[in-house]
Design a binder for this molecule. Structure first.
Ligand code: SF4
Length: 184
């Protein structure tokens, strides 16, 4: 490909301008980044979205999250995050986030706000009555401590210890259908 003198000057001028801008913008971006986390507290944590367990650094000023990024010292993700992990701050900073218990009674089309005490008692009451009414019996009529009327479904955000407790509690209740969201 051949250039005339005028074309050469045009191309080299534009390239020079591009390089000049590149050199000029890069430190500004770095500076803006520094400004955003200047004075912020850095807290390492683990992404709650899936069992990958990527490391995240959360920068906070007071109780406000100002920046999150992949933890470059974490052995699993070495600083990288998928799109879900990159948007993790939205778990906290989100006006669509549910913070109250909503209950829709059987047959109703409306959701009603309830407090946590009511919800926990109601869940416990229903687990107990369902379990007691559905204990299995052997062929000769002996009731065994097993119910097939309740299932437990774990979520990918649960960690090892939470899964351990959930499966222990389920087995103690006689639940045999233990599943995990990631497997379905
Ligand atoms: S960043 Fe993505 S891959 Fe890593 S744990 Fe979170 S959801 Fe999973």
């Amino acid at each position: 490909m051949e250039f005339t003198r005028r074309e050469f000057l045009k191309v080299s001028g534009a390239t020079g301008l591009g390089i000049a801008f590149g050199r000029f913008l890069s430190p500004v971006k770095v500076y803006a980044q520094e400004l955003r986390i200047k004075g912020a507290k850095e807290t390492p944590t683990i992404c709650p979205y899936c069992g990958g367990g990527c490391g995240i650094l959360v920068h906070t000023v007071g109780d406000k999250i100002v920046y999150t990024e992949g933890d470059s010292n974490h052995p699993i993700n070495v600083g990288r995050l998928c799109t879900k992990g990159a948007c993790v701050y939205q778990i906290v900073d989100n006006d669509k986030r549910l913070t109250k218990v909503l209950y829709r009674a059987p047959g109703s089309t409306e959701w009603a706000e309830k407090d946590w005490n009511w919800a926990l008692k109601e869940i416990a009451k229903r687990i107990k009555s369902t379990r007691d009414a559905n204990f299995k019996a052997t062929e000769d009529g002996v009731t065994v401590n097993r119910t097939e009327a309740i299932a437990s479904l774990g979520g990918a955000a649960l960690d090892n210890e939470e899964d351990y407790l959930l499966s222990k509690m389920s087995r103690a209740l006689g639940i045999v259908y233990l599943e995990h969201q990631a497997r379905i």
